[in-house]
Design a protein around this ligand. Structure first.
Ligand code: F0G
Length: 460
């Protein structure tokens, strides 16, 4: 089995609590069978998200002490700006309090009422912003990326160029306001987008004067996959690859809570001076002054360092291989996952895991509950509840193509022994899969696309 040991040692530990199945059954019930509603202290291994959950390095903790908290023009901003310019190869940097704030500014600038925003798979926060603005957000990921049981493909995050061309031909280029490429593609497995695809999308968009934006929360992981899997990039450094990726876009947003290796923060980065001027003023209204945008000086210091660490190849090798280690372990037990494993987690195919539970009885959500009950491991549903929607006229439910449970792996936090605990627990559940029944949704908030965060369920 391929093993890459951690390129760090542990200097401080955070105790986590083990509990009994009995206790967990009770806590699940109290949480309405919704993992978001569990208390984190009652979770043993937390794989809800890889967002804001990284462990910082000693260099980052040291940098924190240098935070300059001046309102305007603080030193920490200039350090962050330099670090971002180095990785993105773009001149203009606006910090934000987290990724969705950068999405908001981006949507205000690039999404237009009644016009299309093409993406591989838009992340929820851009989609939400776009919908509020009356824009039409469409997902044009390649077919292989929409099917959790499709065979291995090196770049399942790619945009389907033919589909994009067809929409331009049908609706006219004036009705497409932006193309947004999410790297890596979060919704279908943390799957990468190839350099060739980014280049082709950009060339096609340029022909019609349509701006391209990269949603780049996991930019270093995407670059690592390009280096590993794409012809011509084996001898390039990670930063040469990131700079080339961004050379094909006008603007990038980033949730720095992922590949920034920090707990909070976001970025809006652009090469367009006019767009930057607009972003600055939107930031002033919603985030904070231009040189802090909702981040404290110390947070910007830690991010400046974290971005560089995320582009370190030894770190990335360890990171990607830990996710693969868990994926391989699950495959050995016959558990159906999206293949190949992506950058930030393993996605279990709920349909194939529980073939007897129909989608309207939430098979992946059932699996989330089973995994928590079995071993105190918290994952997240990305399926019928999170991505389900309703027909605007009839109110009839529309079920999503992908039906998965995401086991997100925090960066530099858990060891492979933790991965073994997760795999063994899922192995047990898989052996007894016929004994599990589905679930019923008994509560949802007023906005369907956000219902998974507060929903309540009952066991059938
Ligand atoms: N874009 C992508 C691709 C994301 O994955 C996220 C967050 C955001 C934007 C928003 O950033 O949380 O800093 O405001 N994804 C998290 C997740 C929440 O669990 O996948 P944020």
């Amino acid at each position: 089995k391929f093993m890459t040991a951690e390129p760090f040692r542990i200097k401080m530990v955070e105790p986590i609590k083990k509990s009994t199945k009995e206790q967990r059954r009770q806590w699940l019930k109290e949480a309405g069978y919704n993992a978001f509603r569990l208390r984190a202290e009652n979770v043993y291994i937390d794989c809800l998200t890889d967002s804001g959950t990284s462990a910082m390095s000693s260099h980052q903790w040291a940098a924190l002490m240098l935070g300059d908290e001046s309102y305007a023009g603080c030193k920490s901003f200039y350090k962050l700006e330099e670090s971002v310019q180095d990785i993105f190869g773009m001149p203009y940097v606006q910090p934000t309090h987290q990724g969705r704030a950068a999405d908001y500014i981006m949507a205000k600038i690039y999404a237009k009422e009644g016009k299309y925003a093409i993406g591989n798979m838009h992340f929820d926060t851009f989609r939400g912003n776009a919908e509020v603005l009356g824009a039409l957000a469409v997902d044009y990921v390649i077919d292989e990326g929409k099917d959790a049981s499709s065979p291995s493909h090196p770049f399942k995050g790619n945009i389907d160029i033919d589909k994009m061309q067809r929409l331009i031909d049908e609706k006219g280029p004036e009705n497409i306001s932006v193309v947004i490429i999410t790297i890596t593609c979060n919704n279908n497995g943390g799957q990468p987008v190839s350099m060739q695809n980014i280049r082709q999308v950009s060339q096609l968009a340029k022909k019609y004067n349509i701006p391209v934006v990269l949603d780049s929360a996991r930019l270093a992981e995407n670059a690592y996959f390009i280096k590993q899997r794409e012809e011509g990039y084996q001898n390039k450094s990670i930063k040469e690859i990131t700079r080339e990726m961004f050379s094909y876009c006008e603007t990038a947003t980033m949730s720095s809570k992922k590949d920034g290796l920090v707990n909070i923060g976001g970025l809006f980065v652009t090469r367009n001076k006019d767009v930057f001027a607009l972003a600055n003023q939107l930031a002033i209204v919603h985030e904070g002054f231009v040189t802090y945008g909702g981040m404290s000086g110390r947070d910007m210091e830690a991010l400046a360092v974290g971005l560089q660490e995320a582009c370190d190849e030894q770190y990335l090798e360890y990171r990607i291989n830990q996710v693969k280690y868990l994926g391989d372990n699950l495959k050995e037990k016959g558990i159906p996952i999206i293949e190949p494993t992506g950058g930030h987690g393993v996605y279990v195919d709920g349909r194939r895991f529980f073939p007897h539970i129909p989608q309207h009885e939430f098979p992946s959500q059932r699996l989330v509950c089973a995994l928590y009950e079995e071993a105190g491991v918290r994952a997240v549903e990305l399926g019928a509840c999170a991505f389900g929607s309703k027909d605007k006229e009839t109110g009839k439910p529309i079920w999503p193509e992908l039906e998965t449970m995401r086991i997100a792996i925090s960066r530099r936090v858990y060891t492979n022994s933790h991965m073994d605990v997760i795999a063994n627990a899922l192995g047990e559940i898989y052996k007894n899969r016929d004994n599990y029944r589905g679930m019923k949704l008994v509560y949802e908030g007023p906005i369907t696309s956000l219902r998974h965060f507060t929903a309540g369920f009952e066991l059938l």
